[in-house]
Design a protein around this ligand. Structure first.
Ligand code: GLN
Length: 191
């Protein structure tokens, strides 16, 4: 059974855990630096990227997680998790892992349009249910970054080698196809 680590310091990690378990994988909650043994994949959930970034450092997890990502472990960053992965953040001084060569803008839909839903194409999938909550958008991508989804012309999902960065919340709702896409990456990695 695949073991998927879910960063569990802040944000909506429970929803990720439920979906990952529903899809037949074992969840490993990552709450401190001792939790990180033998994983097949890593999920960085939504929440507040500033708070998460601080906690990861205070708990001594930053270097370990960054090494796992740079070592090729498949990682799915959603919303705040995408911000943690991004090389550049256009409207924030903070920088986190910086392993994903893209630029994001935090809270890009403003305060008025805090949350909304869309049904859009994702890679070869159509009508994927997408829930956005105070979401970032990807405003620039470097070479070799594959764009998986756009909504209203804005880039909302990318893939770069072992990393996936997604503005919306694939763990919410009934549509499990984006999570299955990620778990296939994990399975190929572990083969
Ligand atoms: N607004 C949050 C941030 O900038 C991200 C929102 C989310 O993860 N749902 O960190």
């Amino acid at each position: 059974m695949m073991r998927i680590g879910v960063l569990a310091v802040q944000g909506d990690f429970i929803e990720h855990e439920k979906m990952v378990e529903k899809l037949g994988c074992q969840v490993v909650e990552l709450r401190n630096k001792n939790d990180m043994g033998s994983l097949d994949g890593l999920i960085l959930p939504g929440g507040e990227s500033t708070v998460q970034g601080k906690l990861i450092k205070e708990l001594g997890m930053f270097d370990l997680l960054k090494d796992l990502i740079e070592g090729g472990l498949p990682v799915l960053g959603t919303c705040a998790g995408l911000i943690l992965l991004s090389r550049n953040i256009s409207n924030d001084e903070a920088r986190h892992f910086q392993t994903l060569p893209v630029t994001v803008e935090r809270n890009a839909y403003g305060r008025q349009l805090g949350s909304f839903m869309s049904a859009s194409a994702f890679g070869s999938l159509s009508d994927v249910e997408m829930t956005f909550i105070r979401a970032p958008v990807i405003t620039a991508v470097e070479k070799d970054v594959k764009i998986l989804a756009r909504v209203d012309e804005k880039i909302v999902a990318v893939e770069y080698k072992n990393q996936m960065g997604i503005s919306f919340h694939p763990e919410l709702g009934e549509d499990t196809r984006v999570m299955e896409y990620f778990l296939r990456k994990c399975r190929n990695f572990s083969k």
